[in-house]
Design a protein around this ligand. Structure first.
Ligand code: GTP
Ligand code: SAM
Ligand code: SF4
Ligand code: SF4
Length: 318
């Protein structure tokens, strides 16, 4: 297993299979890949099925335990089932999707070996959903979540980005997952680093405070030092990276862009590593290098100057 200079073992990889998307969410960081808008057709620069599989085989050599397929919208890739089928058996495979294409494909993904799925759902209200995603596909997403639960892709985690426009929907989303078997809620702190609009952020500690008041039990996950709240039998996890040194100190993930570049941190684009022609020796070398160069974003790349997080001088020319 590879370990970076800060003692963080790399146990997971997150692969953006495309930067294309059928939604246009107002907050989208697109995993640091830029705009999601553009042609919906497969693009030449995207990694091929074989490239992705070769990368996963090398990740397996390095004892990586889990892969997350994401994007853009990963279900726009028609070879997704094939990629999942060819993922090494030793790796847990999961998917983060906007859910629209889950009806009709969930069963096939299960047959291919997918373990579970996260579906983005920011509200239980079609008008609010449209406002955030710029899409009228609310009913398809609800159907997609049900299809995933029925197919056994559980726990299905509903990803809700908490910001100005959605914060008011938190209580009903908490109730929603408590009432339904197979669902969990992930409240994701809005990250302005790549999306802009810092004024949309809300104080995530207030959300923690509210959840703690409702909770029967509170747990800590080692990964990202995430806090989890059991409320009326439902599980709510908070993903709160912004300005959080503890989160970054427990970050065990390396990312891959749709163009086949390794990336040490979601928030950085100055550490992209090409993998050449994506032969196994090239992938191995680039993987070792990206792990070697990893730093905790908050705490090393961004450092505290009084109460402010400022860019560490060391990385300005990097
Ligand atoms: N800054 C930062 N944000 C992350 C990281 N991991 C997840 N997130 C945020 O959480 C969002 C949802 O992540 P998912 O891939 O659905 O789920 P996850 O909770 O990370 O993974 P699982 O719990 O394994 O399903 C991401 O798109 C990011 O916005 C991370 O390592 N760093
Ligand atoms: C970039 S999307 C890719 C996968 C898929 N299209 C989806 O929406 O689930 C992955 C996750 O990032 C979250 N996300 C996007 N922009 C964000 C931001 N600025 N802050 C926090 N989370 C964000 C989305 O809600 C989604 O759950
Ligand atoms: S569905 Fe996912 S990739 Fe598409 S715009 Fe929304 S958050 Fe971004
Ligand atoms: S170092 Fe921090 S910001 Fe970067 S990917 Fe890991 S947790 Fe996210």
């Amino acid at each position: 297993m590879l370990v970076d200079g800060f003692g963080r073992e790399v146990t997971g990889v997150r692969i953006s299979l495309t930067d294309r998307c059928n939604f246009d969410c107002v907050y989208c960081h697109n995993e640091g890949l830029g705009d999601t808008r553009g042609p919906m057709e497969p693009q030449d620069e995207e990694m091929s099925t074989d490239d992705v599989v070769r990368f996963l085989e090398v990740a397996e050599e390095f004892d990586v335990e889990a892969v997350k397929f994401t994007g853009g919208e990963p279900m726009l890739r028609e070879d997704l089932e094939s990629i999942v089928r060819r993922t090494p058996d030793s790796m847990a495979a999961s998917l983060t999707t906007n859910g629209v294409f889950l009806p009709g494909r969930s069963e096939k993904l299960v047959e291919a070996g997918l373990d579970r799925v996260n579906v983005s759902q920011d509200a239980l209200d079609p008008a609010a959903f449209r406002e955030v995603t710029k899409s009228g596909a609310y009913d398809d997403v609800i159907e997609g979540v049900m299809a995933a639960v029925d197919a056994g892709l559980t726990p299905v985690k509903l990803n809700m980005v908490v910001f100005e426009a959605t914060a008011g929907y938190v209580p009903e989303m908490v109730e929603h997952v408590a009432e339904r078997e197979g669902l969990q809620l992930q409240l994701i702190e809005y990250m302005p680093e790549l999306a802009g609009r810092p004024d949309w952020a809300i104080d995530i500690e207030r959300v923690h405070g509210w959840l703690a008041d409702q909770a029967d039990r509170i747990e800590h996950r080692e990964m990202h030092d995430r806090r989890r709240y059991w409320i009326d039998g439902g599980l709510v996890e908070v993903v709160d990276p912004v300005g959080n040194e503890e989160f970054c100190a427990n970050c065990h993930r390396v990312r891959v862009t749709h163009t086949g570049h390794l990336k040490g941190c979601l928030n950085r684009n100055d550490d992209l590593k090409p993998m050449g022609e994506m032969t196994k020796p090239e992938i191995r070398t680039a993987f070792r290098e990206v792990v070697n160069d990893r730093v905790p974003y908050y705490g090393e790349y961004m450092i505290k100057d009084g109460d402010e997080w400022v860019l560490n001088e060391k990385y300005i020319d990097a």
